[in-house]
Design a protein around this ligand. Structure first.
Ligand code: UT7
Length: 319
């Protein structure tokens, strides 16, 4: 069995930027509190007329161009999102239509902030088993639509954006190992519990989070899954060139890096300018670092993330 390799990356951020200072005019917060507790300075907000699939399309087109392939070579589309365009059909099907790829299998993966790791690992399995040759894997979110803009505990944390990769079958090493985990007992700590019934929204349609409890669990579980992913792949932590973590809180990122013995100059951090873009944060950070030349072909890269569910995971790859 061969490998799947990342052939190209792409990303897209809406042009509208919302700074901490602007937020402080709206809710009782301050730039100082947000920067000290999270590391976030600004986030991008999607225009009202745009949907998640529009952001996904821009990131997907950039990834296809960077892979240097014809879009018709794509034979699988997976979109990780927790803010889909609609209840159904999937955002992946809507993206498929926008890309003009009728017939290509397309589906969404819902694992919130771990969504991209889940989607990447699924696409990897399809490619390794021979069920697909070139997969488009996208993480795209408009988190701003599920935030209560009067709740300072959550509205300062999130942003909108999309990131994508094209994954292709290869004889050369690419994804070495991916490991997923979930524990639904923690569903109440981080959720948007609303549902639609009888034509009405039932329950709270805003993101709710017990920040300190999530923080504690994230620090522990991300370090554990990063270490076990390396161990199962037979790769020493000293061999990791880059850590591309989910961008939720700088203190969580620093703690995971410390456990791995990585200095922060080996960690890709986009959080200050982007906030937490949920399933989009890892492919967004990956694309930024590939395009600015930090991540080079042949280097060893570790991706990791956690979100509501809880669901979490890590993927180790040679770029
Ligand atoms: O992406 C999914 C995974 N998500 C995460 O990993 C997020 C994990 N959690 C966190 O990042 C942190 O817990 C937060 C950034 C959400 C909160 O930071 P914290 O240091 O855990 O603060 P806290 O929730 O314990 O709140 C401390 C104080 C409280 O005031 P009192 O009760 O001590 O008087 C809050 O009311 O800070 C207050 N506070 C704020 N103050 C100013 C909470 N939010 C704000 C705010 N501005 N935006």
């Amino acid at each position: 069995m061969g490998y799947s390799r990342i052939l190209g990356t792409g990303s897209y951020l809406p042009s509208q930027v919302l700074t901490n200072a602007q937020l402080a005019e709206r809710v009782e917060t301050s730039d100082e509190w947000i920067v000290t507790r999270t590391g976030i300075r600004a986030r991008h907000i999607a225009d009202e007329q745009h949907k998640t699939s529009d952001l996904a399309l821009r990131a997907a087109e950039a990834a296809i161009a960077s892979a240097g392939i014809d879009k018709d070579e794509i034979d699988l589309i997976i979109v990780a999102t927790t803010t889909p365009d609609m209840i159904f059909p999937s955002t992946a099907c809507i993206l498929q239509e926008k890309l003009g790829l009728p017939g290509v299998p397309a589906f969404d993966v819902q694992a919130v902030c771990a969504g991209f790791i889940y989607a990447l690992s699924t696409a990897n399995a399809y490619i390794k088993s021979g069920m697909a040759k070139k997969a488009l894997v996208v993480g795209a979110e408009i988190m701003s639509r599920v935030l209560d803009w009067d709740d300072r505990r959550t509205c300062v944390l999130f942003g909108d954006g999309a990131g994508a990769v094209v994954l292709g079958a290869s004889d050369e090493p690419g994804i070495l190992h991916a490991k997923l985990a979930a524990d639904g007992r923690y569903q109440g700590l981080l959720n948007t519990p609303a549902q639609i019934s009888g034509g009405k929204i039932q329950g709270m349609p805003y993101l709710h989070m017990d920040g300190p409890a999530v923080f504690k669990f994230a620090v522990k579980s991300l370090s554990e899954i990063a270490m076990s992913t390396l161990a199962e792949a037979g790769v020493e932590k000293s061999a990791v060139d880059w850590l591309v973590p989910h961008q939720a809180n700088l203190r969580i990122i620093e703690s995971t890096a410390k456990h791995l013995g990585l200095s922060m100059d080996k960690v890709i951090v986009t959080l200050p300018e982007q906030g937490n873009t949920s399933a989009a944060s890892i492919p967004l950070a990956l694309d930024v670092a590939v395009r600015d030349g930090r991540i080079q072909r042949g280097q060893t890269v570790l991706l990791e993330g956690i979100g509501g569910g809880f669901a979490w995971g890590a993927a180790l790859l040679i770029f």
